[in-house]
Design a protein around this ligand. Structure first.
Ligand code: KG4
Ligand code: ZN
Length: 337
């Protein structure tokens, strides 16, 4: 089965075709990063308009790249939520129009399920069950994953998501939007041990996380210390170290609580090298396996939506034409596959 996937939940227009027998056939991604950079964050109305401008040509380019035509496509997957409502509407309208015109089924995919299953696009693929650490710009969650659609959220951020904390702290350091990758780069020049940031909510039991305090801690440190690049690099280092350490403490706790032996890390922040290194090191000492998507599938993309949609279409699940987009949508309400 060949599925065309469309992602438009935020500031990336992603389109891909996934084939259940031969894998990913083609994919295109257009990032709106430059458009939003002047505003220091995503402007929802501009995001929707830019998706409208790009979506048709991206679908055409993806089909051309895979040497595919409409008659090759067996189903359409689109991000139904969570995300910005206007942006979601562009992708869902496009998906439904194509499904109607090409007489194929459509399936609305949960954006975080897309992230969670993204490691399945590479080899080796993690086997179920596993623990998923989802760390993106909008969400931070620890999920007990027993199978596709069998998700129990056992921990989540009570305030800022991990990516959001990266972006806000980067802004305080004078870096452009989205600051996560830029902060990570700056941290490479930082010296370990100059500053020590707190590890929020780790002294109490439980798996919930909080990252907004780290941003405040960074703001205070920046205000009180010298305004030079080395100081900023040291602050970036200490901030990143605290996020990685906090996520590690929580995941170790979650492994113990669930008895699981595998961790899948996904979402934009999973592209962070320090985070990957920290988990790789811990996996050796603590004897668990860790999987991450390749860098291109960590941040938003159409391939993960095509993959997740394909798994659901294969068992006959579809989403009706009249269905609404779901800007807020709990991962736990999804049907099992
Ligand atoms: O998953 P994603 O592309 O979009 C959402 O669904 O939110 O995640 C984007 C987030 C942004 O906050 C971005 O700064 C962060 O992921 N990010 C990173 C890195 N690459 C992307 N954060 C830290 N280090 C990175 N290398
Ligand atoms: Zn995302």
């Amino acid at each position: 089965m060949k599925v065309l996937g469309i992602e438009t939940s935020c500031d990336e227009t992603g389109v891909a075709v996934y084939d259940s027998s031969s894998g990913l056939l083609a994919q295109k991604l257009y990032s709106q990063v430059k458009l939003h950079a002047d505003y220091g964050g995503v402007v929802p109305e501009l995001a929707s308009r830019d998706h409208v401008r790009k979506i048709v040509s991206l679908v055409q380019a993806t089909l051309a790249e895979g040497k595919l035509s409409a008659k090759d496509i067996d189903g359409i997957a689109y991000t139904r939520g969570p995300g910005l409502i206007g942006a979601l509407l562009v992708g869902s309208s496009m998906a439904k129009s194509l499904a109607y015109a090409w007489q194929v089924p459509a399936i609305g995919v949960h954006h975080m399920e897309g992230h969670l299953l993204a490691p399945m696009l590479d080899d080796p693929k993690p086997e179920f069950p596993f623990l998923a650490l989802l760390v993106s710009g909008g969400h931070s969650m620890i999920v007990n994953v027993q199978g596709i659609g069998r998700y129990e959220v056992i921990g989540e951020s009570v305030d800022d998501a991990a990516g959001e904390a990266f972006d806000k702290t980067a802004k305080l350091l004078g870096l452009d939007y989205p600051g996560g990758p830029l902060l990570a780069k700056l941290a490479q020049q930082g010296t370990k041990g100059v500053y020590r940031f707190p590890r929020p909510m780790t002294d109490k039991p439980g798996l919930d996380m909080s990252f907004s305090g780290l941003k405040t801690h960074a703001a205070n440190t920046i205000r009180n210390e010298a305004d030079d690049i080395q100081t900023h690099a040291n602050i970036a280092y200490a901030f990143q170290e605290a996020v990685v350490d906090t996520l590690l403490i929580k995941c170790r706790r979650a492994l113990k609580q669930t008895g699981l032996k595998r961790i899948v890390m996904a979402g934009g922040v999973a592209a962070n090298s320090a985070l990957r290194e920290g988990f790789a090191k811990a996996s050796k000492t603590d004897k668990f396996d860790v999987f991450y998507p390749s860098f291109e599938y960590c941040t938003d993309n159409g391939a993960m939506i095509a993959y997740a949609g394909c798994q659901r279409l294969l068992v006959g699940q579809t989403t009706e034409m009249e269905s609404k987009t779901l800007p807020r949508w709990s991962l736990e309400t999804l049907p099992a596959v």
